[in-house]
Ligand binder design. Structure first.
Ligand SMILES: Nc1ncnc2c1ncn2[C@@H]1O[C@H](COP(=O)(O)OP(=O)(O)O)[C@@H](O)[C@H]1O
Ligand SMILES: [Mg+2]
Length: 258
């Protein structure tokens, strides 16, 4: 579904991504791990259209999408969440969800004026969709809460919920598990698995928690110093000499992000 070919993203002298090639199979939950500073987030930023790469290409379903803007990729079904959740804190959880399709479409005032009935019907459909997402994620108890009042973990769940308001093909998750308590982490993990199995979402997720990775991801891609070091199932990469070496001094097991 995604093919990244010999990607470079340099910032001045810093080679954040330094010749990385990866493939993400349709229907997979692919893990992306590696020590801090390995270039994982930068790779996501390039793939999701936030940066134009120094060189290299990104393909989505065989189509060259290198350099497309985030909203163009969004319309092709490629979505991402951020390492730091970016909810609208003064809006309720439901409103945060309801504004996702709109924010991408752009408000059409003329439409609202000429066809108020149609716009109302659309809004009703979006509200129903939001309520579906709220049910799916089991967060109905906070649906009318201001998003700013949610716990860190609930905000991550809301981030995941935002990706469900449109028909996503592939979702890139940047550390959805970071700083989230065990119970909520399990809820997030279950939601990811269900979205994968029941709705055909493909995922690529950056994560530090190896238990979480083991439970969800196959395969796992390991990056270090801007390059892909290894790829395989969790057990294989965990016992790979180069991977152990890359993590030396940082500790592979359940390493918290700095
Ligand atoms: N916008 C930027 N400008 C300059 N350097 C950056 C920028 N973004 C990331 N870097 C650098 O690129 C390297 C990789 O960072 P990052 O992709 O965030 O790694 P990871 O997500 O694996 O921890 C780091 O050395 C980081 O400081
Ligand atoms: Mg990162």
């Amino acid at each position: 579904m995604i093919r990244v070919e010999d990607l470079h993203m340099h910032f001045g002298g810093i080679r954040a991504v330094d010749g990385a090639s990866i493939e993400i199979e349709k229907g997979s939950i692919t893990g992306l791990i590696g020590p801090n500073g390995a270039g994982k987030t930068t790779l996501f930023n390039v793939v999701a259209g936030h940066y134009t790469p120094t060189s290299g290409r990104v393909f989505l379903d065989g189509e060259d999408v290198t350099g497309l803007a985030p909203h163009e990729l969004f319309h092709k079904g490629l979505l991402r969440t951020f390492q730091i959740a970016h909810e609208f804190s003064t809006l309720t959880v439901r409103d945060n969800l309801m504004m996702v399709p709109d924010a991408q479409k752009g408000e059409n005032l003329l439409d609202a004026w000429l066809r108020p009935g149609q716009v109302r019907a659309q809004e009703q459909a979006i509200r129903e969709k939001a309520d579906d997402v709220i049910d799916f994620l089991e967060i109905s108890h906070v649906a009318d809460e201001l998003a700013g009042n949610l716990s860190g973990g609930q905000k991550k769940l809301l981030e995941l919920g935002r990706t469900m308001m449109v028909d996503a093909k592939i979702v890139f998750l940047d550390e959805v598990g970071a700083g989230v308590n065990r119970t909520l982490l399990n809820t997030i993990g279950d939601a990811i698995q269900r979205l994968n199995r029941e709705r055909g979402y493909t995922f690529c997720m950056i994560e530090h928690d190896m238990d979480f990775i083991s439970r969800l991801c196959d395969p796992v891609i390991v990056m270090a110093e801007g390059k892909v070091l290894a790829q395989g199932d969790v057990e294989a990469v965990k016992s790979d000499e180069r991977v152990i070496e890359a993590y030396l001094g940082t500790g592979l097991k359940n390493k918290e992000p700095a």
